[in-house]
Design a protein around this ligand. Structure first.
Ligand code: BTN
Length: 249
């Protein structure tokens, strides 16, 4: 499959023209004991998003799931999701797109410009943990690549839409996998890379967390991916999960 897709990647690439969900396929591969596989598809018919949402998967996208078995405790897993967001953002910038990351891992275009931060990519990470280490981790990356905006949900955009011409999906995927591989080899570099590509830091945000709403200025990100929010009464809140919205100052 790697040869079919023509990639010289640091993962075994299993390419599908059309599939239900690359995350589902990666789970099957996990149960077969595989690791370092990238399942990549052009179209997804039953894509899954965060918070039990679906994910629209028209043909021309880059839908991929990376199956990893890092030798780390389950609590470290979120940092791999941040690494994937950095890898997508970097690859998008290389093809001339002003992409940046909304905490924790949405890739947006034009975060504060007149186009108001449209979503280019979403990431869904799934994990199975043993007591003290990760058994497997699947990082599912959905990129709206060569897709017309009309077939995407409201508030979404695509690489093709932003550039006015399609991208080479092979080259884009290759760059994404290479950057991800570099970052995972040096996990300490991931947070700095994330900060460098973040749209959220310095913004006034509202985060809808399982413990309630947190409003304030996003001032930093801490390992393995917590957002530090300085609230109006001067407290530093450490937010580990939730939906984040950038507010106008
Ligand atoms: C989100 O809700 O923002 C996350 C969307 C994740 C979608 C990707 S597409 C590739 C992989 N396979 C899936 O079924 N979902 C993820």
């Amino acid at each position: 499959a790697a040869i079919e897709f023509g990639l010289d990647a640091p993962f075994d690439v299993e390419y599908h023209d059309s599939i239900g969900s690359t995350n589902e396929r990666a789970r099957e591969l996990a149960s077969e004991g595989r690791e370092d596989v990238a399942v990549v598809a052009d179209e997804q018919t039953a894509g899954r998003g965060r918070l039990d949402r679906g994910w629209t998967g028209p043909a021309g996208g880059i839908y991929s799931s990376l199956l990893l078995r890092p030798d780390v405790p389950p609590a470290h897993a979120p940092v791999y999701t941040l690494a994937a967001a950095v890898a997508v953002t970097r690859a998008a910038r290389e093809v001339g797109i002003d992409a940046s990351i909304k905490w924790p891992n949405d890739v947006l275009v034009g975060q504060s410009g007149e186009r108001g931060g449209k979503k280019l990519c979403g990431i869904l990470t799934e994990m199975e943990g043993e007591a003290d280490r990760v058994a497997w981790l699947i990082v599912g990356i959905g990129i709206n690549a060569n897709v017309h905006a009309e077939v995407l949900p409201e508030g979404a955009t695509s690489l093709q839409e932003e550039r006015g011409e399609p991208v080479d999906r092979r080259v884009f995927t290759q760059r994404l996998l290479e950057t991800f591989d570099e970052l995972r080899a040096d996990p300490d570099s991931i947070l700095d890379a994330w900060r460098e590509h973040a749209a959220t830091l310095g913004q006034r945000v509202r985060v809808d967390t399982p413990g309630g709403e947190v409003v304030g200025e996003a001032v930093d990100v801490e390992f393995p991916g917590a957002l530090i929010v300085e609230t109006d009464d001067g407290e530093r809140e450490r937010v580990t999960a939730g939906d984040c919205e950038h507010l106008r100052p």
